[in-house]
Design a protein around this ligand. Structure first.
Ligand SMILES: [Cu+2]
Length: 101
């Protein structure tokens, strides 16, 4: 019954993944000056353990980061961009926008 056991282990992994709710935060990164800046910032953010998705926009001067709340924190993300040379702050959603805190 080796198959059943690995199937059970697989289901457990799925259940654990569902238990940990991913969190998405938008960081304002005003220090971007050219089209390659977002690449540098994205590289720095994906290196942070727990980060699952990074979207950096040069036009909007912001980084949208999805991460595992239990593994990392917004502070760690801000530190990562700062260490890469781009200080950032949490962008609070405007009133009426989706995902308000
Ligand atoms: Cu640049």
């Amino acid at each position: 019954m080796k198959f059943l056991r690995s199937a059970a282990a697989f289901l457990l992994v799925i259940a654990t993944a569902a238990w940990v709710a991913p969190k998405t935060v938008t960081l304002s990164v005003p220090g971007m000056t050219c089209a390659t800046c977002p690449i540098t910032i994205k590289k720095a953010l994906v290196k942070v353990p727990g980060v699952t998705h990074v979207e950096v926009s040069y036009e909007a001067l912001e980084a949208v980061v999805t991460f595992d709340d239990a593994t990392t924190s917004t502070d760690a993300l801000i530190k990562a961009t700062r260490d890469a040379g781009y200080p950032s702050t949490v962008k609070l959603p405007k009133k009426g926008e989706r995902g308000s805190l």
